[in-house]
Ligand binder design. Structure first.
Ligand SMILES: *Cc1c(COP(=O)(O)O)cnc(C)c1O
Length: 331
């Protein structure tokens, strides 16, 4: 038995594990999809699993306002905004955009941030780099106003939020045998999902492999970020598990045009899976991870073994921010 930190109930769990029969027949593998796009409606995606632990901590500390940050179409910020409102807390978001003086239209995730009642502050790329200072200034301001702020890091990715993906692996062991080989393939963005999956695999599923496909930055960056979170979890929660950063499996090479920028070939793969299996991915994370997984399988059909579990981490609202690019591919 693992002693998990306290958790607020926000996600619809367990999420289903679907078998992709037609894709599997095409590729000669057994391919499953872990449907974490179904963790909720406005809360959907992977972030809500991390937020369950982070909000429990915020509430235990008596906080009344959460602050977090992300890109302009951040799924994490949208999920945080709804989680806060559902739990009766206020939410303030720092969203990164090209030109804060002319912020993007209220569409897709941004529209939802407004619907959840979040206060949005638009910040430039250089300001976002210094986000710790922005958080510190806002925290001081809120405290002066008698509020109790709680800062959630980018993506909810720290040693507490990542427990959400330890729990996801435990959940998966009730859906697939943990003593038979399987490879979990996921999209890496801020590292918390990867860190939780790695710890969960070590605790619950010795025969499994965990492979990340990064959608931004590079291999060295993710080895450091994921490594730091796993090491923090081991130290802070006194886990007895052997870990070295060199064990982190990452496939670099599928960032493409850059974070949240799509190539037509990525969108074409996303459309083809949608039409083959009736499962739609998002353009920023899962679409890129799926594109990468397919290219790797073309190079080596056995790259991930016979049984693959593709983690659908959600992000569907991001499709609506790419409607023109997608529509162009249907004509
Ligand atoms: C944030 C996000 C990811 C990446 O998860 P991290 O824990 O940040 O690495 C993957 N998919 C979607 C849809 C996301 O929103």
């Amino acid at each position: 038995m693992i002693a998990y930190p306290d958790r607020a109930e926000l996600a619809l769990l367990p999420t289903p594990l679907g078998k992709l029969e037609r894709l599997g027949a095409q590729l000669g593998r057994e391919i499953f999809c872990k449907r974490d796009d179904l963790t909720g409606s406005t809360l959907s995606g992977n972030k809500v699993r991390k937020l369950e632990f982070l909000f429990a901590d915020a509430i235990a500390q008596g906080c009344d306002t959460v602050l977090t940050c992300g890109g302009e179409q951040s799924n994490h910020c949208r999920a945080t905004a709804f989680a806060a409102t559902q739990l009766g807390l206020a939410c303030q978001l720092f969203l990164r955009t090209e030109n804060p003086a002319a912020p993007p239209a209220a569409q897709a995730n941004i529209l939802l941030d407004h619907l959840a009642g979040a206060k949005i502050t638009w910040v430039s790329r250089p300001e976002y780099q210094r986000r710790q200072e922005l958080f510190a200034a806002r925290v001081a301001e809120l405290r002066r106003a008698g509020k109790k702020p709680y800062v959630i890091p980018e993506g909810g990715s720290n040693s507490l939020g990542s427990w959400g993906y330890v729990r996801c692996v435990e959940e998966l062991t009730k859906q697939l045998p943990a003593h038979e080989p399987a490879t979990l393939v996921y999209a890496a963005g801020s590292g918390g999902t990867g860190a939780g999956l790695i710890v969960g695999q070590k605790l619950f599923a010795p025969a499994w492999r965990v492979v990340g496909i990064n959608v931004c930055d590079d291999h060295a960056y993710f080895e450091r970020v994921i490594g730091e979170i796993v090491e923090d979890m081991v130290a802070r929660y006194k886990l007895t598990l052997p870990f070295s950063r060199s064990e982190i499996e990452l496939i670099d090479g599928y960032v493409g045009r850059g974070y949240a920028q799509s190539r037509p070939e990525e969108l074409r793969d996303l459309i083809s899976l949608s039409q083959l299996e009736g499962i739609t991915l998002d353009p920023v994370y899962t679409g890129k991870a799926y594109f990468g997984m397919r290219r790797e399988l073309e190079k080596n059909a056995d790259a991930f073994g016979k049984r693959i579990v593709f983690l659908h981490t959600g992000g569907l609202f991001g499709l609506f921010a790419k409607a023109p690019e997608l529509a162009a591919l249907f004509s």
